[in-house]
Design a protein around this ligand. Structure first.
Ligand code: 5FX
Length: 538
């Protein structure tokens, strides 16, 4: 790999991750060694925006938003911190980024002019205040667009037709349905919008100093992109807002270099003028890149604000009942399959607080002391309206070994039930869209919990690995920066695995126990039946 222009030291590749709760940066060298990492927490570091874990919740229990100007302010804080810590911006040959998927940003008319004229004597926030036509961006946790989802499916010939065209049936958090709602309930803001970005392309726009295109992988989470051609699906776009096609810009492949960094960052932070900006993408696509999922059967389970299970795929089989097909972030002809749960870490934390005095040690002791299979008890927990299966009412449903609904479990059984239920569900719904595990890579905050990893190994009956670096999305963004730069230098696409040398640093964290796996094999059909009953009754 080349040396950076600004110094004789070897080049660095920088990845950002603008997630639900935080903004992270990870820098690597060409040998993939991590040389720098830092993080801003929205709630703790930017209290003036009064978010709870990075978000604002509406009174209806379904609307969830975040202020885009907070995300801008987080970049100011992060870059200033990096500068204060002596980060060598001049060595960065290319940067890229990851964003929470589905969230939409509404740039007001003339925002492009402000982006092009960023003034280094001001912060990004001061430069861009007033550039957003909608001050609260709907994010992936929002479930308030059921009406718009049904309308899109009705217009395009039903849920399977929408899935065949866009990779997923209409989902509440998917951006097209969110845009449709904004155009209906906030028409003034919609009409004042010159460009709609995803969180990923919005963040790329800051570095580019212009509107950045949406990449095909994150664009797959909109219900607006033709999953096969990787261009806009005109019939879907026409349904989601008047004049929407003019507001969306282009779609580019995820390895595309979308330009060089704006002079603002050269003057203010010392980036090299030739630093490339590689298209930013979604957090799950970037995690797929960060975990370097290459072989069929290698699947990832990400345990964070959302829990997700995903894998690379060559043949897409979009389903009207569950899961999503996205364009691959590393292979212009490949795909990835993903199942997403809204009830992830925060729901486990809620049960830890209720049943284990807020202590993970107590939570893990309960897991260790309760029997595999929980004596037949099965629970479904929804602190948030759930995506998989789609149940918007919150609460819990508990069943005893005879499938009878019960009001409560003993505290220790409640803890086992929330953990077992989540992984039985992942096995069930993952298999329905072609995700079959021969090896699991666990990532995200809860992947540090070995008691939870053991349940995963036992439910799936395969070894669970963890990476040395749990922030797979920002690491994946850094890998994608390197990959995109290599493609740009070569003037043609280079396979991801060729651009990235060396083996991923992973180690076995849990091995399956054969008897425990048998218990879960027997439990899975009961879990599936109870879930069907629950869906019918809610
Ligand atoms: C994926 O479809 C999701 O909605 C979530 O995993 C978000 O990407 C979390 F940021």
């Amino acid at each position: 790999m080349s040396e950076s222009n600004e110094t004789t030291k070897p080049s660095l590749y920088l990845g950002f991750d603008s997630s639900t709760q935080s903004l992270k940066a990870t820098a690597i060298d060409a040998e993939l060694a991590i040389v720098y990492e830092t993080m801003i927490n929205f709630e703790a570091d930017l209290p003036e925006f009064a978010t709870e874990a990075g978000v604002h919740r509406g009174e209806d229990g379904l609307t969830v938003t975040s202020p885009p100007i907070m995300w801008v302010a987080a970049f100011d804080l992060l870059l200033d911190r990096m500068k204060a810590e002596g980060f060598e911006f001049g060595r960065v040959a290319a940067l890229s980024g990851s964003g929470q998927q589905h969230g939409s940003v509404y740039w007001a008319f003339d925002a492009a002019i402000s982006l092009r004229q960023l003034k280094p004597e001001k912060s990004l926030r001061q430069n861009l205040e007033g550039c957003f036509a909608i001050g609260d961006s709907p994010i992936w946790m929002d479930s308030s667009t059921t009406y718009q989802c049904r309308a899109l499916e009705a217009a395009l010939g039903g849920p399977q037709a929408v899935a065949d065209l866009t990779g997923s049936r209409a989902y509440e958090r998917f951006t097209g349905n969110q845009i449709a709602k904004i155009s209906q309930v906030k028409p003034e803001g919609y009409n004042q919008t010159e460009r709609i970005g995803l969180v990923s392309s919005f963040a790329a726009s800051l570095f580019l100093g212009d509107h950045a295109p949406i990449d095909a992988s994150d664009g797959s989470g909109m219900n607006l992109m033709d999953i096969r051609s990787r261009g806009w699906a005109d019939a879907a776009v026409a349904e989601c807002g008047d004049g929407l096609s003019e507001k969306l810009g282009d779609i580019v492949l995820s390895h595309a270099c979308v330009g060089t960094i704006h002079s603002y960052f050269v003057e203010k932070y010392g980036f090299g003028a030739n630093c490339r900006v590689i298209a930013f993408s979604g957090d799950n696509p970037c995690s797929l890149a960060g975990l370097r999922l290459e072989q069929p059967g290698e699947i990832a389970i990400s345990l964070g604000t959302s829990d997700t299970v995903f894998a690379a795929l060559s043949e897409p089989k979009p389903s009207a009942s569950e899961g999503h097909i996205f364009a691959s972030p590393v292979d212009p002809e490949g795909y990835m399959a993903l199942v997403c749960y809204k009830n992830g870490s925060m729901t486990r934390e809620d049960i830890r607080n209720r049943c284990a005095n807020g202590s993970w040690d107590e939570f893990n002791r309960a897991l260790a002391e309760t029997p595999v299979g929980n004596g037949g008890q099965i629970g479904f927990y929804r602190k948030e309206p759930e995506i998989t299966p789609p149940i918007l009412s919150t609460g819990a449903n508990r069943f005893d070994a005879n499938n009878q609904a019960v009001d409560a479990f003993p505290e220790d059984a409640e803890i086992r039930a929330v953990v077992e239920g989540q992984f039985l569900s992942m096995r069930l719904h993952g298999a329905n869209i072609g995700i079959e595990a021969s090896k699991i890579l666990a990532t995200g905050g809860a992947s540090a919990n070995s008691a939870i990893l053991q349940v995963i190994a036992d439910v799936f009956g395969v070894e669970v690995y963890t990476a040395d670096q749990p922030n797979s999305a920002s690491l994946g963004a850094a890998y994608r920066a390197l990959h995109g730069a290599a493609c740009a230098e070569a003037g043609s696409f280079i396979p991801f695995a060729e651009a990235l040398t060396g083996e991923p640093a992973m180690s076995v964290a849990a091995r399956p126990d054969a008897a425990a796996h048998e218990t879960y094999n027997a439990m899975l059909p009961r879990y599936a039946e109870l879930e069907v009953g629950l869906l019918q009754s809610t």
